[in-house]
Design a protein. Structure first.
Length: 128
């Protein structure tokens, strides 16, 4: 079973603090970091905002668990493609693949009490 944790990324928090102080710096990443974990390892997913300064966002995954699932980082044009790769890396077979709906890309918003860390467990869908 895959465990998914959604939390506000520390770099985003630093960017918000700088913005509040009147320091103008470019936002580098989306608000949230998603942590995907199974018995095979743990992978982080973040959104890179306008990565090449051309207005196009990318989604980046990297391995936290050091289980040699892949080298360095991998970048994808959509969150859905990144999650698909995470599923391939962390699930042992097709039956256990987690499906995740593509969500709207997060843009800068004010932080609220609702932005607390969330953890969910994803169960594989049963085939009919």
């Amino acid at each position: 079973m895959m465990k998914v944790t959604k939390r506000i990324h520390s770099v985003y928090k630093e960017w918000e603090q700088a913005k509040a102080k009147g320091i103008e710096i470019r936002q580098l990443m989306g608000k949230y970091q998603y942590l995907y974990k199974t018995e095979k390892g743990e992978i982080s997913l973040i959104q890179l905002i306008s990565y090449w300064k051309e207005g196009e966002d990318l989604w980046e995954i990297y391995e936290i668990s050091n289980n040699d699932l892949f080298d360095d980082v991998k970048r994808f044009p959509t969150k859905a493609k990144a999650v698909e790769k995470i599923n391939d890396l962390l699930n042992s077979n097709e039956e256990n693949k987690m499906e995740e709906k593509q969500t709207e890309i997060e843009k800068p918003v004010e932080t609220s009490e609702e932005d607390k860390e969330e953890t969910t467990e994803e169960k594989p869908e049963e085939k009919e």
